[in-house]
Design a protein around this ligand. Structure first.
Ligand SMILES: Cc1cc2nc3c(=O)[nH]c(=O)nc-3n(C[C@H](O)[C@H](O)[C@H](O)COP(=O)(O)OP(=O)(O)OC[C@H]3O[C@@H](n4cnc5c(N)ncnc54)[C@H](O)[C@@H]3O)c2cc1C
Ligand code: FES
Length: 511
């Protein structure tokens, strides 16, 4: 897959080729229009097309060019937020539904892979949850009791995770988890969508999305009218406030460490640190001498609120080498964004305060592979007017009173972003910006996002985020402008690459 200019490359981008699709050139009509060709959008398109619905998928970039290209693709029912927390927030029934839905999502992926003969390295394996060194293991006991109450009775406590080179201490073993190559999976889904009559248009940015009797999705080259529209843009680009106060965007970091083949047992691994480490193994270089890549992630921070990618990678490398001294080299370094819902469960269903035929899928946290598949299963049922027991749990308009402290904390953090920048005086002069770098500079009353390209030419855009007026900050690692409020991101030239903003940073008068 072609990597976006000056941004980091994941192992998946390096080892897959996605089909090229054409852009939309005309006005068209369909039963369902899906905006976003990541795992959520493509799963929804596939399942609806299989049910005989006419589907159209639009993506502003290529298929799988968003966070699905940057994931680590653990397929798991071990939820990030722990089952005892899900049970506290959503009750015993909610925890049971969450457990069942994630297990069903893994089963659904397995069935699709088999039915469509998708060669995406889908493998069932165990997962292990353990605590960081010297920390109490009570959290494991609490979690074990909670997962059993949630119906996952085959999870057990073991003496340690199966690493020869490091003793993790006691761990919970989650059987029948899985992993795959996410972009090869999307490539298979795309083929199957088209085989079922679906149409996919890439490089086709939806500039406006409106529900109603007929939903209307505007693009620069044509209008799609549809019976329903599914906004699967990772974070909804059609929603100004309702959902964005209930989830927070975090940047997370990943390294790919080369280790001798079979030197680490193939499984999924997570610790309970906050932010936690997540580990899996991918065999690379099949045709030459194959070796294993330990894919290790963690070191999360709120999007746009730190610019220290190099030290986050260094911390991941130190953590990895300590546990896996056989590490030969660090072959990959990349980062991506995750949306953390305040109550630990994704938002999947009818878009709050909108027309009845507008659906969203967001708030994936680190479980976006299964949440994206749950979105496909659930939204298909909603559109086909079938009952689905998961619907109330994932309802985007829910208010979880017990999550109020997190809701308040995250929104106070957002509010602080509007004042911090003004008070902190972080602005520098243009002269201080080195080639290939950017900074926000003050010019009279305006804040300018100034980028100096590698040849030395300065490019300027307004630093005001078109979503709700946050001031973007420069991300040195990814060469992007990141908004610290709700996680919108723009490339160095100011072009929007991640919502909730749905338009570019404005040009500066006189440019
Ligand atoms: C480093 C990292 C590690 C992770 N690890 C895991 C893991 O191990 N397991 C797991 O389950 N989850 C994991 N996640 C989370 C998971 O990867 C994501 O939640 C998931 O990929 C999101 O899929 P999506 O389809 O919702 O969004 P995306 O894959 O981002 O797709 C959204 C698409 O919408 C398009 N788009 C946006 N706006 C528009 C518009 N206006 N018009 C047209 N198209 C538009 C974009 O171009 C993009 O292609 C991880 C995430 C990261 C970043
Ligand atoms: S993302 Fe909301 S203000 Fe920028």
């Amino acid at each position: 897959m072609k990597k976006p200019a000056h941004q980091s490359t994941s192992v998946w981008m390096d080892t897959s080729k996605l089909p090229l699709e054409s852009s939309l050139t005309d006005d068209i009509n369909t039963d369902v229009c899906i905006v976003g060709a990541g795992i959520a959008g493509m799963s929804t398109a596939y399942l609806l097309a299989r049910e005989g619905k006419a589907v159209v998928v639009l993506d502003g970039g290529p298929i799988g060019g968003g966070m699905t290209a940057r994931t680590t693709a653990h397929l798991t029912n071990a939820l990030d937020d722990r089952y005892f927390e899900i049970e506290r927030l959503h009750g015993k029934k909610g925890a049971r539904l969450a457990a069942a839905s994630h297990a069903a999502a893994i089963d659904a992926i397995e069935a699709i892979v088999k039915r469509e003969a998708i060669r995406c390295e889908f493998t069932r394996l165990d997962g292990y949850l353990f605590v960081p060194p010297r920390e109490s293991t009570k959290v494991l006991d609490d979690e074990l009791a909670a997962v059993h109450r949630a119906g996952l009775t085959d999870i057990e406590k073991v003496a340690r995770a199966p690493w020869n080179s490091f003793d993790t201490g006691p761990a919970l073993r989650f059987p029948r988890q899985a992993q795959f190559h996410p972009l090869k999976y999307l490539s298979g889904l795309a083929k199957a969508v088209k085989a079922n009559g679906g149409r996919i248009y890439t490089q086709t940015h939806a500039t406006s999305i409106a529900g109603g009797k007929q939903a209307r999705i505007l693009t620069r080259h044509g209008v799609v009218t549809a019976g329903s529209v599914v906004v699967a843009t990772n974070t909804p680009v059609n929603d100004l406030i309702a959902i964005h106060t209930k989830q927070a965007s975090y940047q997370t970091y990943v390294i790919g460490a080369r280790v001798p083949k079979d030197s680490v047992e193939r499984a999924l691994y997570w610790d309970t640190l906050d932010p936690y480490h997540y580990v899996r193994i991918e065999t690379v270089g099949n045709r030459g001498a194959p070796y294993d890549l330990l894919i290790v992630g963690g070191e999360d921070h709120k999007t746009g609120q730190a610019d220290d990618g190099a030290s986050r990678f260094a911390a991941l490398e130190k953590w990895t080498r300590r546990r896996f001294p056989m590490t030969v080299s660090i072959d990959y370094r990349w980062s991506g964004e995750v949306m953390e819902p305040v109550d630990g469960i994704a938002f999947i269903g009818r878009n709050p305060l909108d027309a009845k035929n507008v659906y969203v899928a967001t708030g994936d946290s680190g479980n976006g592979m299964t949440h994206g598949t749950i979105a496909g299963l659930l939204i298909t049922d909603l559109i086909l007017k079938r009952k689905n027991a998961w619907a109330p749990l994932y309802d985007p308009s829910r208010i979880t009173l017990r999550a109020l402290p997190t809701f308040i904390r995250e929104n106070l953090n957002v509010a602080a972003q509007y004042t911090d920048v003004v008070l902190a005086g972080v602005m520098r002069s243009l002269e201080q910006i080195s080639p290939g770098s950017g900074a926000v500079v003050a010019r009279r009353l305006h804040k300018v996002a100034a980028y100096r390209d590698p040849k030395g030419t300065i490019h300027e855009r307004s630093a005001v985020c078109p979503h709700l007026g946050g001031i973007v900050s420069w991300n040195t690692l990814e060469n992007t402008w990141d908004c610290p409020c709700h996680g919108s991101r723009f490339n160095a030239a100011g072009k929007v690459i991640q919502g909730p903003a749905n338009s570019d940073l404005l040009e500066i008068d006189g440019n």
